[in-house]
Ligand binder design. Structure first.
Ligand SMILES: C[S@@+](CC[C@H](N)C(=O)[O-])C[C@H]1O[C@@H](n2cnc3c(N)ncnc32)[C@H](O)[C@@H]1O
Length: 176
């Protein structure tokens, strides 16, 4: 993984349209202006960790029980069996109801059938079936998310990052 990309992520300087999906109130609350760029406030930075990690190695302990995983355009490089193993490990790392966000061109068809899909806006997300709570009775099928936009907002505030390309998010650390 590129050290330059990781360093850039650490700096966290956002320009142009990169934060255009945030409301003015969110920008003012979580970011400060630095010249023409916006920089995350310390309260937001404290919730994010950047860790360089090879996805083919065992996952770091803190990513063993997460609510969201963002992994865009990475599995396209892997052979089918490697991809299958990685997706299985993502599945195991997710909490019940947790979601996996892949790139637009990435599909799990014929790769892994453990996830369910849900349409959010114009995109499909994969999610893990919520746990069965008692015999014959299930938790609501809908995962705990209102929209990709709100997911991303919360993700931005509560993220553990094993690599710049792959984010694991634990919402239990989320602040109201
Ligand atoms: C096409 S880029 C995608 C970058 C970014 N996620 C995006 O969508 O623009 C693929 C990325 O996968 C990362 N990658 C490839 N193999 C990896 C591995 N075994 N562990 C972690 N990252 C890996 C590379 O570092 C590269 O940055």
């Amino acid at each position: 993984m590129s050290g330059v990309a990781l360093a850039k992520a650490h700096i966290g300087s956002y320009r142009g349209r990169t934060l255009s999906n945030l409301s003015l109130a969110q920008r003012e609350r979580f970011f400060s202006a630095e010249g023409e760029a916006l920089s995350p406030q310390p309260s937001l930075r404290r919730l994010v960790r950047f860790v360089q990690h090879n996805l083919l190695d065992p996952f770091p302990l803190e990513t063993q029980s997460v609510d969201m995983i963002f992994c865009q355009n990475v599995t396209i490089y892997f052979k089918l069996e490697t991809c299958r193993t990685l997706i299985q490990r993502f599945y195991e790392a997710l909490n019940p109801g947790g979601m996996l966000f892949l790139g637009f061109s990435e599909t799990l068809w014929n790769v892994f059938d453990g996830f369910r899909t849900r349409e959010v806006g114009s995109a499909f997300v994969y999610y893990k079936e919520p746990q069965i709570v008692s015999q014959g009775e299930q938790m609501p099928v809908e995962p705990p998310v209102r929209s990709v936009r709100s997911s991303a907002r919360r993700a931005a505030a509560t993220t553990t990052v094993p690599a710049t390309d792959t984010m694991a998010v634990n919402l239990s650390q989320a602040r109201a």
